[in-house]
Write a protein that binds this ligand. Structure first.
Ligand SMILES: [Zn+2]
Length: 337
């Protein structure tokens, strides 16, 4: 049984501004082999659904009705929202390979156990890809690479480890799959693919992902000093959409921006509001450390508060994790360093 699960992926989706929803049961859903054995690549697809098909229908088919469920780890819907429905390995790559990756060879027919698979709502018969999908698909792939590089073992993955389903099939079952296909910025030039003008040019797609690669963080001078802000400075209130961070669900992480460039640490005051039940927040880079928690009880009003210290990652954010029951969260910055 594979032991690698994509349960930390939501934090990376947030980091890369990928709109997403988590489908019930996603944390433990997988094919019968469990989690991934290793994560060596990303497989991208279209789901051949009927034109204009809904995200709900994709979830229903892929996780309940299809005999080979779950189909893919999730799906990028026509609305541009990624629904994550399986944290473990899924069934969709099938026969294909072998493929060479930064993390070694994906053996023939081993894609299901070793590739994060992204379905997407498109008929594959000429349906134009929506602007939301075109905007999100490269960032979604970058978020998965970022997750894999931080959360799973192996050398760093790169954009060359993104494969279309049709590329996966080429070594051993050429022509078995054509996805992804259809009108998008990634169609091949007519001279390059005169016979298959509708099948994506994956070098163009990978270039779109590569264009997102951030410049490496610049070294910061070491600093042991705290700089106290003049007064409480609100940096989050999930009840107010202006902050761009939704109310926390149970078992959900979001990344919070510290508005002082170069900060490597922060002191923050947390208030849990309107909790759905008993639960707790954790501040920092791991889900369940032994410190830096803010517990809350179910009920109305301000039901939990805590002062926490956290490191700030090079991108200027820190993670907040909410376990058990969801709640709104207010964060006031007390100081940075
Ligand atoms: Zn496919």
């Amino acid at each position: 049984m594979g032991s690698i699960w994509a349960r930390a992926l939501p934090g990376y989706l947030y980091k890369w501004a990928v709109p997403y929803v988590l489908r019930p049961g996603w944390e433990t859903r997988s094919r019968n082999s469990g989690g991934f054995n290793t994560v060596k690549g990303i497989g991208i697809h279209h789901d051949a659904s009927s034109k204009g098909g809904s995200a709900d229908a994709a979830f229903q088919w892929s996780c309940f009705n299809c005999p080979s469920k779950p189909v893919g780890n999730g799906s990028l819907g026509r609305d541009g929202v990624f629904q994550l429905w399986a944290a473990g390995a899924s069934n969709t790559m099938g026969q294909g390979g072998p493929l060479w990756t930064q993390r070694g060879v994906i053996a023939q027919n081993d894609g299901n156990a070793t590739m994060f698979a992204i379905e997407a709502g498109n008929s594959g018969t000429g349906e134009p890809w929506t602007s939301g999908q075109i905007s999100t698909y490269p960032r979604l792939c970058m978020a998965v690479i970022d997750w894999a590089n931080h959360e799973t073992p192996g050398p760093p993955m790169a954009v060359g480890d993104i494969f279309s389903h049709w590329e996966y099939c080429m070594p051993s079952t050429p022509g078995r799959k054509i996805d992804p296909a259809g009108p998008s910025p990634w169609l091949p030039s007519p001279s390059k693919a005169p016979h298959y003008p509708d099948i994506w040019d994956m070098d163009k797609f990978r270039a779109s992902v590569f264009a997102l690669t951030p410049t490496p963080p610049q070294p910061q001078p070491p600093s042991g000093d705290w700089i106290m802000v003049p007064r409480n400075e609100r940096i989050l209130d999930t009840r107010d959409p202006k902050w761009g961070v939704p109310r926390f669900g149970g078992n959900t992480a979001h990344r919070i921006k510290v508005p002082y460039p170069g900060s490597t640490q922060a002191m923050v005051h947390l208030q849990a509001v309107n909790p759905a039940g008993d639960g707790f927040f954790v501040v920092g880079g791991v889900q369940k450390p032994n410190t830096a928690m803010c517990g809350f009880k179910g009920g109305a009003g301000v039901m939990g508060q805590s002062l926490c210290f956290t490191g700030v990652d090079p991108d200027g954010t820190f993670q907040v994790w909410c376990d058990v029951s969801g709640a709104d969260l207010i964060i006031d910055l007390q100081g940075t360093g």
